[in-house]
Design a protein around this ligand. Structure first.
Ligand code: NAP
Length: 271
């Protein structure tokens, strides 16, 4: 399209405050965008930015025809109501897929921006040739951005879905008994090495969503990254397992680019 003189897709990101993980995620999004030839812009604001100021930024991006999609990096400082900000994003530019309109469309199986992490996991399962139809998928974690949409997406009557899904959380009783029944186990708990080998059945497919930074003076970066699954002991039992880093995180980044591409096509057609 750019060869035909059409401008490239434009993904914008809004970053409020100094959270180190958020800064890293936004830097990755910027790098990824540039890497595939998108225009990328980052709007950085200090921790003490008011809700009203942030709503004004959202409104500005909503109305900028040159911006196809944008994300507001979460979490936001405590004095800002995240739901208010998400609600203010134009659903047509909500490439994170967090706006209630897009969540509703996802639940109903209508075309929309799927939340990047579950979208990436679904793509990963499909590309790895993992059969999902009729399989028992156990998802641990019910966050709005990972566990809940993952459970919904895999239970839909759709290609690369049709699983029987069990959604587990901190109040689930006999968790290990349930996870041992999983053909596909998705771990999105936020607790380092929470999933141990006794929780996984032989031949299962394990998807590790967790990201934990562990201090390590021997590492040139001063830390290493690991997941929610005790990879070393769980991997030998699995048909397939995702590594951390280099698994779900990468697919999440890819999904955001795919959503931006969709927003771009819709925007360019409507101009
Ligand atoms: P979250 O919002 O903290 O949710 C964690 C979920 O785990 C909650 O539903 C919680 O249950 C459940 N949980 C906590 N302790 C449990 C226990 N002992 N037994 C069973 N369930 C338990 O986390 P999130 O945002 O979904 O993120 C999860 C992890 O994925 C984090 O490490 C995060 O950094 C990582 N992440 C990675 C990516 C990526 O691209 N790879 C993207 C997003 C997040 P309750 O609901 O009952 O509290």
């Amino acid at each position: 399209m750019t060869d035909k003189g059409v401008r490239p897709p434009h993904l914008a990101a809004v970053l409020v405050g100094e959270d180190p993980a958020s800064k890293t995620y936004v830097a990755s999004k910027e790098k990824d965008s540039r890497g595939v030839g998108f225009t990328s812009s980052v709007y950085r604001y200090p921790e003490n930015t008011t809700e009203k100021e942030l709503l004004d930024v959202v409104n500005f991006l909503n109305n900028d025809p040159e911006v196809d999609g944008f994300i507001v990096q979460l979490p936001l400082p405590k004095h800002i109501d995240e739901n208010k900000i998400i609600n203010a994003i134009n659903p047509d530019k909500d490439v994170d897929g967090f706006h209630p309109v897009n969540v509703g469309k996802m639940v109903l199986g209508m075309p929309t921006f799927l939340p990047a992490t579950p979208y990436g996991i679904q793509t990963l399962l499909q590309r790895a040739g993992i059969e999902t139809q009729g399989k028992h998928c156990v998802v641990i974690g019910r966050s709005n951005i990972v566990g809940t949409p993952m459970a919904i997406m895999l239970s839909r009557n759709a290609k690369d879905a049709n699983c029987t899904v069990t959604l587990c959380h901190s109040r689930t009783q006999n968790l290990a008994e349930i996870t041992r029944q999983a053909d596909i186990l998705v771990a999105a708990i936020g607790k380092r090495h929470f999933v141990t080998e006794d929780m996984v059945k032989d031949g299962a497919v394990v998807v590790d969503v967790g990201i934990h930074r562990v201090e390590d003076p021997t590492n040139p970066k001063g830390y290493y990254i690991t997941g929610d699954v005790d990879f070393e002991h769980v991997a030998p039992k699995c048909q397939a397992i995702t590594p951390v880093p280099g698994g779900v995180g990468v697919m999440t980044r890819v999904s955001l680019l795919l959503n931006t591409m969709t927003a771009y096509r819709n925007n360019i057609i409507s101009i």
